[in-house]
Write a protein that binds this ligand. Structure first.
Ligand SMILES: Cc1ncc(COP(=O)(O)O)c(C=O)c1O
Length: 365
């Protein structure tokens, strides 16, 4: 049996006629940029997140960059983020000219360690980017408490946690500002690149929207430095169809992880879910000291397992200039050496989960 890490085709086929109609309608009207679908998606996504404002962006990396630019963060400023995340989180800091400062992870959840963040705050710190890795919301209030009374914004990178719940609140509804990616493999995925920013802060929203659209106030009046970082209307039309199904797809992901846990907890460690959270399982991550051997065994047996992410950011060549070295973040480094992401997508069948679990068990036996 061959099982991909993510089955985008199965997802498309489950709602094909509705998607095809939405795409054709945009083409028929040649409404490619800034059409009614974008407005509709922005409204629906803000509502789903229980937030006041949503701006559709070109992708999740640009969303983070636009947020930092809108906050006037640049040269001489420091922004703290986890080392255990996808490179985009820190790339955005780099792209605005600020300095990424990496923080350690918690061993049980693999999320940013608030205790580590507390030690890194200084007068140059302008923001902390928390990342809801694998779909579990990071501890926003713990970080917020640390930056209390300081002029430091807490940005939530929710590229992997669409509709996640943190202490009963929906991702996007509680942070100063939240960034989403709709990269095709994400829980809510476009048919190309797309992203969004969600916030309750009207002033910040207006500036972010302007930055993403050439800094303009009207068609040919350009007020502030900006660029072309908008979500296009075809992506918005597709996302607007798909967002309706996301709650059901999230339930399917949570059911799948339950089955993995039931079968595999005696053999491997799982990333723990905080009792106050509802993770949305963008990825199904297990841990074992025999990682490389198990990964090879699974791949050889047709299971499209992967690693997210094998090299922590503090050890990436692009961030070498920051002066970090191996051993600086022992928990992050251990996590990166032990993790495997098992196939996870809403349409995954019991037969597929059984096959994957049988292979993992066969490896350990
Ligand atoms: C944690 C995280 N942040 C940011 C991004 C960047 O999003 P995009 O690929 O849409 O630019 C991604 C996904 O790729 C991600 O997983």
């Amino acid at each position: 049996m061959k099982i991909p890490l993510v089955d985008l085709k199965a997802n498309y086929l489950s709602i094909k006629s509705e998607i095809d109609t939405a795409i054709q309608s945009v083409i028929d009207r040649t409404a490619f940029v800034g059409g009614p679908e974008l407005k509709s998606f922005e409204n629906n996504w803000a509502e789903k997140c229980n937030a006041k404002y949503c701006a559709g962006l070109a992708n999740g990396t640009s969303s983070l960059e636009v947020i930092l630019r809108a906050l006037n963060i640049g040269l001489g400023d420091e922004v703290i983020c986890p080392s255990h995340t996808f490179a985009a989180t820190a790339e955005a800091i780099l792209m605005v000219g600020a300095k990424p400062i990496f923080a350690e992870a918690l061993d049980n959840t693999a999320l940013i360690d608030p205790g580590s963040v507390a030690k890194l705050i200084n007068e140059n710190t302008k923001a902390v980017i928390i990342v809801d890795l694998y779909g579990q919301p990071a501890d926003y209030y713990a970080i917020k408490k640390i930056v209390e009374d300081k002029n430091i914004t807490v940005i939530q990178d929710a590229a992997q946690s669409h509709l996640g719940k943190y202490k009963g609140r929906t991702v996007g509804s509680y942070a100063d500002v939240t960034s989403f990616s709709f990269y095709p493999g994400k829980n809510l995925g476009a048919f190309g690149d797309a992203g969004a920013i969600v916030t309750n802060n009207e002033e910040l929203f207006k500036v972010m929207k302007m930055i993403s659209d050439h800094g303009r106030t009207s068609k040919y009046e350009h007020q502030i430095p900006g660029g072309n970082l908008r979500m296009d209307n075809l992506q918005a039309a597709i996302l607007d169809v798909k967002q309706k199904y996301l709650p059901d797809w999230t339930v399917a992901r949570r059911n799948a992880i339950k089955k993995y846990r039931e079968r595999l907890s005696d053999y491997v460690r799982f990333i723990e879910e905080d009792k106050d959270n509802e993770a949305v399982y963008h990825l199904a991550v297990i841990r074992t000291e025999k990682r490389d051997e198990l990964l090879k065994f699974l791949n050889d047996n047709g299971v499209g397992a992967g690693i997210h992410y094998p090299i922590p950011l503090h050890l990436q060549p692009v961030f070498e200039y920051l002066g970090y070295k191996k051993g600086d973040f022992p928990i992050t480094e251990k996590i990166a050496s032990e993790i495997i992401s098992l196939p996870m997508f809403p349409e995954i069948t019991d037969e597929q989960i059984n096959y994957i679990c049988e292979k993992v068990i066969a490896f350990f036996k």
